[in-house]
Ligand binder design. Sequence first.
Ligand code: ADP
Length: 256
Amino acid sequence: MPSALSLTDISAAYSGKRALDSVTFMISRGERAAIVGPNGAGKSTLFKVIVGLMPHLTGDVMVHGHSHHAGDCPSIGYVPQREEVDWNFPVTVMDVALMGRVKEIGWLRRPAKSDREAAREALAQVGLTDLASRPIGDLSGGQQQRVFIARALTQRADVLLLDEPFGGVDVEAQSAIFGILDDLRQRNVTVLISTHDLEMATTRFDRLLLLNRTLYADGPADSALTPERLAAAYGGRLTFWRDGQPMTVTADDCCP
Ligand code: ADP
C-alpha cells in the first residue's frame, strides 16, 4: 500500500539560502507524527513545500503514491501558524469551514445545500456548532485552530498538516485539539504537526521527525530523540536532566 505522504530529497531555499536540505521521510496512513526542531529549523517551510505554497529545488512530494506538484491536492488539509492568518478578515466561522469546499463551489458561486451540510458536519466534529455565525476574530486561539481543522474536514482531507497548533493555546484548548486528533485517528486520517514542545511530542505522538534544515532523527517517539541527535540538531542550546526518570529536555529558544 502506498504511504499517505512521502517526501524524497526535498531541498528548498529563500533567496539562495537553504532552509531545507535533502529531507526524506514517509508517513503511513493513519499515523500521527510530529516534526520538532528549534526556531528557524524549516518546519513551516517544509509544510509550505508539501502544500505547494513554496517551490522545492530538488526532490518529490507524493501523496497517496501520486506526485504532487501543483499544490492543489484535496487530500491535504493545511492549518497554518496563527501568525500567518489575518484574524480581522471579516468572515464567520461557517464561512471559513465552507472554504474547504471552494474547489467544488468555485469562487463566485453560492454554496449548495450539500456544501453547507458538509461544513456544518465538520463544525460539529470539532465542537463549534454554536459558534458558526460568529466572526472568526472573536474566537479564542484554540477555537480558531479548531475552525481551521473544520475547514480541512469540509475539504474531506485525509492528510492533515498542523503548523504549531498548540502555540498560544491553553491546556484545556490543547486537550480539545487532542480529542479531535484522537477522533481523526479512528478514521485513519494521517496527521503531521510541527511543535517546539519536545515533551508533548514525545508523549503524545507515535513518530518523531527531528529537523534542523536536514533530518536528524526519524522514528518512534521513545527512541528517536537521543541526547546525541538532540544536541546535533539544537547545537549547544539544550539542557538535559536524567534523575532516574525519562530524560527531560528544554530548549532555550522554545517560545516565540
Ligand atoms: P521554523 O518553522 O522551524 O521556525 P521556518 O521554516 O519558518 O522555520 O524558517 C526556516 C528558515 O527560513 C529560517 O532561517 C528563516 O529565517 C527562513 N525564512 C522563513 N521564511 C522566510 C521568508 N519568507 N523569507 C526569507 N527567509 C525565510
